[in-house]
Design a protein around this ligand. Sequence first.
Ligand code: ADP
Ligand code: DP6
Ligand code: CO
Length: 371
Amino acid sequence: MASDPVYEATCTAPVNIAVVKYWGKRDTTLILPTNSSLSVTLSQDHLRSLTSARCITTTSNNSNANAVADRLWLNGHEEEIQQGGRTHRCLAELRQMRKDLESRDSSLPKLTDFALHIASENNFPTAAGLASSASGLSALIATISTLYALLPENGVSVSDLSRVARQGSGSACRSMFGGYVAWDMGTRDDGHDSVAVEVAPASHWPDLHALILVVSDKKKGTPSTAGMQRTVATSDLLKHRIDHVVPARMDRISTAIRNRDFDQFAIETMADSNQFHAVCLDTQPPIFYLNDVSRAVIQLVAELNRASVDAGKGYLAAYTYDAGPNAVLYVRERDVKLVLELVLRYFPQQTFDDPFHLGPEPAAASSFVQG
Ligand code: ADP
Ligand code: DP6
Ligand code: CO
């Protein structure tokens, strides 16, 4: 007897770390932001989500395949896909795109008849301020779109998929592209122009490295989604940031990237991280994502930069923090070893990825190249 065909796909997606932060929605259902943002997509070799999806074609336990609900497992535990929730809406949109394809080409298998079982795993802390929602939702969209053949040759562009990813988690729309990526906030109410666009490919500035300093791998107390809406509702500083800071900063940092101007890139990156956390503090009740270790890392980087600038060598490192205590340092290749050695001297820890062969000493940081 012939067995049922297996329809399944597996994809990975990398995290992206914003240098101009997205924080605030003007539409919480479509996920339309209150400001544009810009990020660097890191290499998939390091922090990534790995997602597999399979169409449940067997009906042995169930007389009607349509009655079988989609299911999702994250890091080995089942997560509920809530009716009308973000994941549910993303899957519904991808199914509709597949249905359109199936109605144009009757030779295609009717995959939309089947429920999906999806399993995803992050190889770094989830919900700890290292952008797991960005890689996670991006990997989900990449996997289902591969399974459903939602490809450019079938009329579906990466921009179209970025629009779907945005509705899963705002920051995920930027992980659909590699390199240096802007998310243009757009002006339309339907969100059609609120998409990620490539500012420069990773190959444009391969000298730039990202060092991840894991200060805590615990789940954050205030998830990004809830935190940002509290800020929208209560912070005056956010209004100032949206109207008077971010638009000019987007221009300046895009220019810094185009010119590979590390000093300007570092100045804007650190200023934006500081303002984002100031906006969190301006929220009622205030949100504290940084802890004492995060602040000590900021002080160390500021001191290193001051000494380096005084010596006529320019900035050494740029720190940035998402909604969590963990630091990301952007550093040029020539300075990676020095910065890591200094970080490790001041913050010795137990576990350490050592791609730069710094030696046997237990240490704090893991590092990698974006590209
Ligand atoms: P982070 O700072 O890690 O992005 P968020 O609060 O923005 O934290 O989002 C965390 C949530 O993102 C998780 O609770 C989960 O719902 C979702 N998420 C994280 N990783 C994945 C994944 N691999 N697949 C699907 N959803 C994921
Ligand atoms: C601080 O994209 O996680 O990392 O859209 O509600 O899922 P939702 O929020 P999310 O917010 C990211 C906030 C940030 C800044 C950034 O990545 O731009
Ligand atoms: Co997130």
